[in-house]
Ligand binder design. Structure first.
Ligand SMILES: Cc1ncc(COP(=O)(O)O)c(C=O)c1O
Length: 392
């Protein structure tokens, strides 16, 4: 199988597994206890905190471990909503956020917060004029903004420095969902002074179910989860030492990788071949601001669900750029926000390369895509058809 879905998740690296195993075996102790084994576990957690902090340019005491990206975003957003209050506080976000941000923001709107879901350009980048207007409207009453660093469907890198600066100019706190950015591109909270940042281990070859929330020193914060007071009372629950150690190792490896070769040549070779061999293929998203390993392509007259089945049969794992609901492809909220016509939106696929992919795989995958498109169009004729086409 050729795995090309690195935006969904990435495989655990062997070094990461090795870093985890001792804490699943003999190192099982509760890190909050006082005996020697517990102290060792505590030291492993502290070391991982330093590794994560180093990856994003933070101080170790600014890192709080969580159960993953969703918990991190929810912790930050729900706290900020409580802090600013719904009487005057405004929420500014974008229309293309992941549901881990969109859903909490929708809930804020339901209970009375004014929430601005700012539009994006046809290339999938935040519309800074609309965003500036929304932040200015929040200026007097206070509020906060949450903008993702990289979009999970298109791989488009957002104008984060500008978005953070505009929020600050208007006195708004700023959170970023950096779950698709951390470990893949340079993320430094000293260069871009966000207040809160969410990250997740499984997007950069760490384990699933572990993530972190960065909280800038001096920012007020009250936890989502209360209990035993772990993580300096910022996230209660007995620490998952193995997952935290794995996250730390993944961060250390990612930091080293960021100094090395980019994934862009693999992605570019794949895209060049697809564009050369497949008539009516179109790459989506801002070419000047894309994650090096990300590719999002629409295939005229080919419904994504059909392509996915054919590609899966050929051993290629990728995903659709749209959701399948009640048997019918639905354009994703991201593509809708980018203004794609329905036909283009439901015919797009998302490919995500990681360091485990090779150039041979990129070529082979491109050839498979060309075959799958050709087959689907042949069986289907003109127009987008139902899934009865998937006979062998
Ligand atoms: C942009 C973005 N935000 C949030 C999440 C949720 O992260 P997790 O799976 O760690 O809860 C994801 C994962 O798909 C994501 O891509």
């Amino acid at each position: 199988m050729i795995y090309l879905d690195a935006s969904a998740t990435t495989p655990l690296l062997p070094e990461v597994l090795d870093a985890m195993l001792p804490w699943l075996r003999e190192g099982f102790h509760n890190p909050n206890a006082s005996y020697a084994g517990a102290k060792q576990a505590r030291r492993a957690i502290d070391a991982a905190r330093e590794q994560i902090a180093a990856l994003i340019g933070a101080e170790p005491d600014e890192i709080v471990f969580t159960s993953g990206g969703t918990e991190s975003t929810n912790s930050a957003l729900k706290w900020l909503a409580r802090l600013v209050g719904r009487k005057t506080g405004r929420v500014v976000t974008s229309a293309i956020e992941h549901s881990a941000v969109l859903k909490p923001c929708e809930t804020f709107a339901e209970v009375g917060y004014p929430v601005a879901f700012c539009p994006v350009t046809p290339l999938g980048r935040l519309d800074l004029d609309a965003y500036r207007t929304a932040c200015a409207a929040a200026r007097d009453g206070g509020g906060f903004a949450s903008i993702m660093w990289v979009n999970n469907e298109t791989g488009v890198i957002q104008p984060l420095a500008e978005a953070c600066a505009i929020a600050k100019e208007n006195g708004l706190a700023f959170h970023t969902d950096a779950i698709q950015a951390v470990g893949k591109i340079l993320v430094n909270v000293r260069d871009i002074p966000v207040d809160f940042l969410s990250l997740s281990g499984h997007k950069f070859h760490g384990p699933k179910g572990i993530g972190a929330l960065y909280i800038r020193r001096g920012c007020r914060f009250e936890p989502l989860l209360r209990g035993g007071g772990q993580e300096h009372d910022r996230r209660s629950g007995t620490e998952n030492t193995a997952a935290i150690a794995g996250l730390g190792k993944a961060a250390e490896l990612a930091a080293a990788r960021l100094q090395g070769p980019s994934l862009a040549p693999l992605r570019d070779a794949f895209e060049a071949e697809v564009l050369r061999t497949v008539e009516g293929a179109q790459v989506n998203g801002d070419p000047a601001h894309r994650l090096p390993g990300a590719s999002h392509i629409s295939f005229e007259r080919c419904e994504a669900s059909g392509l996915l089945i054919l590609l899966d049969d050929m051993g290629i794992a990728c995903s659709a750029g749209s959701a399948c609901m009640t048997g019918r492809q639905q354009p994703s909220h991201v593509q809708t926000a980018m203004g794609f016509p329905r036909a283009r939106a439901v015919s797009s696929l998302r490919f995500g390369f990681s360091i485990l992919n090779t150039m041979d795989e990129a070529h082979h995958a491109a050839a498979c895509v060309a075959k799958a498109v050709e087959k689907l169009r042949r069986v289907q004729g003109s127009g987008i058809g139902p899934v009865m086409v998937y006979t062998p």
